[in-house]
Design a protein around this ligand. Sequence first.
Ligand code: 5GP
Length: 179
Amino acid sequence: MQPGHNIESVLYSAGDISERVKELGKLITEAYSGKELILICPLKGSVIFFADLMREIKIPVEIDFMSVSSYNSSTISSGEVKVLKDISTGIAEKHVLIIEDIIDTGLTLKEVRGIIEKRKPASLKICTLLNKPSRRIADIEPDWSGFVIPDKFVVGYGLDYGEKFRNLPYIGVLKTSNT
Ligand code: 5GP
C-alpha cells in the first residue's frame, strides 16, 4: 500500500518493522529463558505489534489485555487514566512484560506501570515499538525499544488518528493538515 493523501511519508515499511520485531523477539526470548512470562497488551494501539511480537518470543507465554483511557483524549496526554478493562490473569510473583505501541510523554504508561506494580509481580519490564524521548515528561524508560522516532505524529501498524489508519501495514507520518 502506498502512502495516500493523508500520509506525508513512510517512516518504517512493513519489512522494516518485521525485521525489528524479529530482533526484539530474540532479545526477549533470551532475557526470559527458563522463566514464566506474562505479556500484557494495552489496547488498542499495541494489538498488531503485540500479535507479531508474541510469535517471535520462543518460550511459553501467557497473554492478557488491558484498556485504559486518558480523561483527556487529545493528543497531549493528561496523565490520568481510568481502567476500562483490567487483566484477569493473576500476576503476583510472575514475570510481566508490558508491550506498548509508543511512549510519548510516558504519562499513560507510568500510570499503568503503577497499577501493575501494586500486584507484586516478580519483575515488570516494558517493550515499546516506538519511543519519542524528546517528548518525555514522566520518569519512564523502556527496557526494549523498536525505533526511536522524532517528535512527529505517526499512524499505522495499530496506531490511530481518530480511530482511523490502524490497518496501515507501515508506520507513517500524518500530514499536519489532518491534525
Ligand atoms: P503518552 O504521552 O502517555 O506516552 O502516550 C499515550 C498514548 O498517546 C499512546 O499510547 C498513543 O496511543 C498516543 N500517542 C502518542 N504519540 C502518538 C503518535 O505519534 N501517534 C499516535 N497515533 N498516537 C500517539
